[in-house]
Each structure stands twice: as structure tokens, then as C-alpha cells.
Ligand binder design. Structure first.
Ligand code: UDX
Length: 432
């Protein structure tokens, strides 16, 4: 098939390269000329394991990029992967997607065939029907369901394993008002069904349901983590190891063993934004989402709890504090909503002298905190420090050992259960 992808960010680029690998001819449309020329040169514009190989293999043959929306006209299907940033009140701002839909509408106005428009952007229930569909219809002078199909297909890729997740998804969600829309989208994924090892569950549902599934999925996972963190806080108060408790409760298959690691909390580009958007959307329709608000509140508290543990052992004003781990999770250089941000802010407020280290994310954190000192290694950060906090579960922190001996006072507060407790250091776990 001829496929166009509007928006070449994290999701759009990954989906484009993976669809090209499945045998489709794919063109990416993006306003950013740098991204477009990078893709055409066969270089992935974002870092994601496996993506560089796919882009290098398919660029120039099945994968191309352009800044011209007109390219959409020569394709059968368009995936819209434009961002939905947060407004100040947490609600989503759909204006980028809306104007993208208008440009798309202009482009498909003169197509002969029946175009399939796929919304991959995360939007709250009702947005596709009430905002995006009218935008395409106005610009194209055509009608959804009659002249073109409009479906919702949310994305569940995780950073750091997005390519692998694409080829082995837990599920695909197809939201469409018509069977025809469901079938058209299934045809795009056909080569994936052929390639996959086992059966891929496909949820064929309505447009609003598909929009909601994405939010419910992320809200559930984020709330699960906040519950695990709250239980961890209670464990800590009783001198109980929350990780032993988690291992046991995870054996109940209604709970499940994954996503039970308690600590300094959740971050990233999805959970914080999606939970806040769902809270705002619920309020908008007159419902007060108390549990989701509590999930956010517990997450906001974890960095403070970690710093209180540190302050119990180190006189923080004027102290040199090593911050190990800046990325929101290991395997990425992404610092968006990383728990390291409130921790560093608070350390600076309390008058500490911060020296930070991360194997991948120091550059991105430097843009936010240019005055913080960045060490080239964990050992460098620990040398001479009066205390250390651990905020990302990078594997290399598990093997730290003699490096702690070079600290001025060997106090380590671990927010991720990654540093090995050992003789000679004052080790404090956040929830154990
Ligand atoms: C998440 C969803 O998993 C994905 O389906 C969605 O499409 C986008 O959001 P991602 O942001 O890549 O993916 O991160 P994920 O691996 O889910 O981790 C999110 C946060 O939870 C990280 O800050 C991580 O450190 C934290 N986490 C995760 C824990 O604190 N404990 C755990 O047990 C698991």
C-alpha cells in the first residue's frame, strides 16, 4: 500500500519505518526540514533501538520524507501522528492536530480513491468526531463515511522498545463507526498479522471507545504505580521491604508481576500528560476523578520523601550531593517529567551543591539546569560528595562498589532499588 504519515516525531517516525519494513511504500510529512532531510539520508532523527537499521535499510526505496502535504494525495492511507501538548490546566491542546487535519483535507479533496485517515495522536473522547472530522470535511468538501474513512488507532509503544513493541503488540485497537473502516485499517496491518509469531488481539470498537482506551490504559498503569508507591511508603514506615511484598502479591495473577517496582515515581512523555488530560476531561463533563488526582499527588510526593530521607542523614545546605540518573527511565536520554527535575530543583532550593551524572540524558538535563555540574561518570559524581540520590535504574548503578569509598560521607538514598546495599555505606531505600 501507499502510506503517508503526518508528523515525524517519536511515534510517526517509528510507525513509518516499521510499516516500510512490512512492505508498504511510506512517505513521512513533517514541517521540520532537518527531520525530513535526515530521513531521506537514511538517518533516524530520534534514538530508538532498531530504528536506525530500519531507516537506513528503507530510505530511498520504501521510505521517503517531505515537507509537502500534497504527498498525501498519492497515498491510500494517512496516519496522523501529530502532538497534542498540554495546556496549563492539564487539558490537551488539539490545535496542531486540527490544523494538520485541515491540510490533510485540502490534499485529499482531489483524490480519486477512497482515502483512509487514521488518528494515532492521543485525543480525549469526542475530539475525533467533534473537532477532527469537521476539520477534514470542511477542507476537503467531502464527507466522512461517504467519501473517506476516518478511524482511531491509538499507540501503546514504550520508549526504548518501540520497534519491538510495534512488531509484537499486546493488542491493536481499531475505532471506527463502520465495519468498512475497521476492514480498511486491518488491511494496512495485514503483513504484521502474517509476520507475527502468535495471534495479535484486535479490538474493533467505536471511535470514542478507542480514544478512551488509550487514556484508560495509561491511567491504569500510572495509578497502579502510585498504589505500589503508596504501599511502599507504608512498608517503609513499618520497616518492611516493599519489594518482597511486591514479589508476593505479583504471584496473584489478578495483580500480575509487572509494574510493581516502587520508588521515586513515574515520568515520561505519556503518563503525566495523559493522566492530567483525563483528569481535566473528566472535570469538563462534571465528574470529579478523585483516584486519578490522588495518583498524581502520590507521584508528586515521592521526590520529597526521598529528599527527607537524605536530609535525615546529611545537612543538605552547602552539602555536595551526587544525583545519579537523570532520564525518566533507563535506556533513554529523555528527561521529560523525569523525577530528577523536582529532586534537583528542591536540592538547589535547599542550598545544596549538585553534581549530576547520567549515561545518556545529561545533555538534555543541562538544557534545563545549565548551572548544575555534570560529571562524566558515576565515580566522578560520587567523588567527594556528602551524599548521593539514585533516581534512574540504569544497570551500571548496580555494579557500583568501591566508587562509594571516594565520597566525603558515604550516604546513599536509592529511589529505584538499583544500588547494592553494602558494608561501608549508609544505604537508605525509599520504600524498603
Ligand atoms: C508508557 C506506556 O507504557 C506506553 O504504553 C505508552 O504508549 C507511553 O507511556 P513509556 O513512557 O515509554 O511508556 O514508559 P514506561 O516504561 O511505561 O515507564 C513509565 C514510568 O514508570 C517511568 O518513569 C518508569 O521509571 C516508571 N516505572 C515503571 C516505575 O516506577 N516502576 C515500574 O515498575 C515500572
Amino acid at each position: 500500500m501507499d502510506v503517508s504519515i503526518v508528523g515525524s516525531g517519536y511515534v510517526g517516525t517509528t510507525v513509518a519505518a516499521c510499516l516500510a519494513d512490512l512492505g508498504h511504500r511510506v512517505v513521512n510529512v513533517d514541517v521540520d526540514e532537518g527531520v525530513v532531510s535526515s530521513l531521506n539520508d537514511g538517518v533516524a532523527p530520534i534514538h530508538e533501538p532498531g530504528l536506525s537499521d530500519l531507516v537506513a535499510t528503507h530510505a530511498g526505496s520504501r521510505l521517503a520524507a517531505t515537507t509537502e502535504y500534497g504527498a498525501v494525495r498519492d497515498t491510500d492511507v494517512t496516519f496522523v501522528c501529530l502532538p497534542t501538548p498540554a495546556n496549563d490546566d492539564g487539558s490537551i491542546n488539539a490545535s496542531v492536530v486540527e490544523s494538520g487535519m485541515a491540510s490533510l483535507g485540502e490534499a485529499i479533496a482531489s483524490t480519486d480513491g477512497r482515502h483512509l485517515v487514521v488518528v494515532k495522536s492521543t485525543v480525549v473522547p469526542g475530539t475525533t468526531e467533534e473537532v477532527l472530522r469537521p476539520a477534514v470535511e470542511r477542507a476537503s468538501g467531502t464527507v466522512a463515511g461517504e467519501d473517506f474513512d476516518l478511524v482511531v488507532n491509538p499507540e501503546f509503544l514504550r520508549e526504548g522498545s518501540a520497534v519491538a513493541d510495534f512488531f509484537a503488540p499486546d493488542k491493536l485497537v481499531f475505532g471506527s463507526p463502520t465495519a468498512r473502516g475497521h476492514d480498511a485499517l486491518a488491511a494496512v496491518y495485514d503483513p504484521l498479522f502474517d509476520r507475527a509469531d502468535g495471534e495479535i488481539p484486535v479490538v474493533q470498537t467505536g471511535v470514542r471507545e478507542a480514544e478512551m482506551i488509550k487514556y484508560a490504559n495509561n491511567a491504569f498503569l500510572a495509578t497502579k504505580l502510585s498504589l505500589v508507591n503508596e504501599l511502599g511508603n507504608v512498608c517503609k514506615a513499618y520497616g518492611v521491604d516493599a519489594y518482597e511484598v511486591a514479589e508476593a502479591i505479583g504471584l496473584d495473577d489478578r495483580i500480575g508481576e509487572r509494574f510493581l517496582r516502587s520508588g521515586v515515581g513515574w515520568g515520561g512523555s505519556c503518563f503525566p500528560k495523559d493522566v492530567s488530560a483525563l483528569v481535566a476531561a473528566a472535570r469538563e463533563v462534571g465528574y470529579d476523578p478523585q483516584l486519578l488526582e490522588a495518583a498524581v499527588a502520590v507521584n508528586d510526593e515521592q521526590p520529597r520523601r526521598l529528599l527527607d530521607l537524605l536530609a535525615g542523614r546529611v545537612d543538605v545546605p552547602g552539602a555536595r550531593i551526587a544525583v545519579l540518573g537523570l532520564a525518566f527511565k533507563p535506556g533513554t536520554d529523555d528527561v521529560r517529567h523525569s523525577r530528577a527535575i523536582p529532586v534537583i530543583e528542591s536540592l538547589l532550593d535547599r542550598g545544596a551543591d549538585v553534581v549530576a551524572y547520567d549515561p545518556a540524558a545529561a545533555g538534555n538535563m543541562r538544557a534545563l539546569f545549565p548551572d548544575v555540574e555534570y560529571a562524566p561518570s558515576a565515580a566522578g559524581a560520587l567523588r567527594g560528595a556528602d551524599g548521593a540520590v539514585v533516581l534512574t535504574d540504569w544497570e551500571e548503578f548496580a555494579t557500583l562498589d568501591g566508587e562509594f569509598d571516594a565520597m566525603a560521607s558515604p550516604v546513599v538514598v536509592d529511589g529505584r532499588r538499583i544500588v547494592e546495599r553494602r558494608e561501608g555505606i549508609e544505604y537508605e531505600g525509599l520504600t524498603w
